[in-house]
Design a protein around this ligand. Structure first.
Ligand code: 5AD
Ligand code: SF4
Length: 441
């Protein structure tokens, strides 16, 4: 009997890449490749890459070096690079890294099987053409990944916002939405297979179908998905504050299935910086939406993204960011030092804060957030939360799940509970997770 060919797949970056990687696994399975966790064992290595910051991009090149050494002892090893770095570099990557066999861009997953088959025959290839057509969503199978009751469903891709710092519109292309009928069909199929929670995914989900007037918009889509039997909880990510409409805020009041959590990146609390970032809102406008969400959905948890050291950010502007954080009281915040990305508008601006200033601001911001996170986690002690059990915790001796507010929670219980939404009493709020016990009635 033939031994199965082995795929080693490494994923960098955002949830869109995680979701694409699930599809890659399914596509490669169709060609007889089984996944392995050991690159030395692999016949095919695929990297699904991220270029959001220079550090992310450098990591990809670091990893490629590792696979180059493995290939020295195993010349038949096929190495492929996909995702945002691949999109950016295209053919250049084949030239720079002669040991790479194939390069596939963010719109080219449907070509991957053909490219791997060609590589098996010794042919190198690069495919990075954009395919700005809704058909793109249907060109590859849905992933068969197992996800402890929770799964991603892509509703749109790409971005038209061109925030001054951001490479995404350049590497993911223009915004394109999938039809509501297709989204609901996928959600229904997932529910039939036992999935209880879906996360609707896109670079900017709340502008879903904004370019197709007359079609259901994002609040309409949420209401359609909420009607699917078997789905107990709905999440979505990522939202742009400027597109957080009153109708969408109303959904948090009306739809009991909508999880009380929103990832709403502010990026800065300074109006001057926000304007230079091309974000399309002021700090006051952002805070007004936060207040409306808190009113529509008491107890809602906010997470966000913040950039420090954007060109023109001085100490006063940084203090505006700290003040905004204090007002919002984020449950968790992802914070980054600004990284100039070639081809973006901000790359033309003078990068004027020193490395030490940027590092200092990041440390102060993260120290403040750490305190808020701990205080918020502690404030949940004694409350009963709806927790979707995802499976075993990383230590393997308890269960891991998430509250509606998206806080990671560990509790004792039987692994067969994976996929169930249970009432869990929070007994302790720690820095990075909650400890709870299942409420048996
Ligand atoms: N430099 C630093 N952070 C960035 N992000 C996006 N582009 C950059 C950049 N050039 C951050 C933003 C975004 C998150 C995914 O990454 O905060 O929301
Ligand atoms: Fe990037 Fe802005 Fe689009 Fe988000 S909304 S992907 S930050 S350009």
């Amino acid at each position: 009997m033939n031994q199965a060919k082995k795929l080693y797949l490494e994923t960098f970056g955002c949830q869109m890449n995680v979701s694409d990687s699930e599809k890659i696994v399914t596509l490669m399975k169709g060609m007889g490749y089984q996944q392995t966790q050991d690159p030395v064992d692999a016949d095919l290595v695929l990297l699904n890459t991220c270029s959001i910051r220079a550090t992310a991009e450098q990591r990809v090149y670091g990893h490629l070096g590792k696979f180059k050494s493995i290939k020295k002892t195993k010349p038949g090893l096929i190495i492929g690079v996909g995702g945002c770095v691949a999109q950016q570099e295209g053919e250049k990557l084949l030239k720079k890294a002669p040991f790479v066999n194939l390069v596939f861009g963010t719109h080219n997953l449907h070509l991957l099987q053909g490219m791997v088959a060609a590589a098996e025959e010794g042919k190198r290839s690069s495919q990075t053409d954009f395919l700005d057509d809704e058909k793109r969503f249907d060109l590859f199978p849905h992933s068969e990944a197992e996800g402890g009751g929770t799964r991603f469903v892509t509703v749109m891709q790409g971005c038209d916002n061109f925030c001054a710092y951001c490479i995404v519109p350049h590497v993911r292309g223009r915004e394109i939405s999938r039809s509501a009928a297709k989204v609901v069909e996928e959600v229904r199929a997932l529910a039939d297979s036992g999935v209880t929670e879906v996360t609707l995914l896109g670079q900017n989900v709340n502008s879903y179908c904004s370019k197709q007037p007359g079609e259901p918009d994002f609040p309409d889509l949420l209401r359609l998905v909420a009607q699917v039997d078997g789905i107990e909880r709905i999440r979505f990510t990522t939202s742009h504050p400027k597109d957080m409409s009153p109708r969408l805020i109303e959904c948090f009041a009306d739809l009991s299935k909508l999880a009380p959590h929103i990832h709403l990146p502010a990026q800065s609390g300074s109006d001057r910086v926000l304007q230079k970032m091309n974000r399309g809102y002021t700090a006051q406008q952002y805070l007004a939406k936060v207040a409306a969400l808190k009113e529509a959905c008491p107890g809602i948890q906010f997470t966000g993204d913040m950039i420090v050291g954007f060109p023109g950010e001085d100490e006063a502007a940084f203090q505006d960011t700290m003040a905004l954080m204090e007002q919002v009281q984020y449950a968790d915040l992802f914070s980054f030092i600004y990284s100039a990305r070639p081809g973006t508008k901000a790359a033309e601006y003078a990068d004027d804060a020193t490395r030490a200033e940027k590092q200092g601001r990041l440390e102060r911001l993260q120290a403040a957030q750490k305190q808020t996170t701990l205080a918020r986690n502690r404030s949940l002690e004694g409350t009963v939360q709806k927790v979707l059990v995802e499976g075993l915790s990383s230590t393997g001796d308890s269960l891991f799940g998430r509250t509606g507010g998206n806080r990671g929670t560990v509790m004792a219980g039987d692994p067969s509970l994976a996929g169930r939404v249970l009432d869990v009493r929070i007994v302790e709020g720690l820095q990075t997770l909650l400890k709870g016990e299942i409420v048996h009635d």
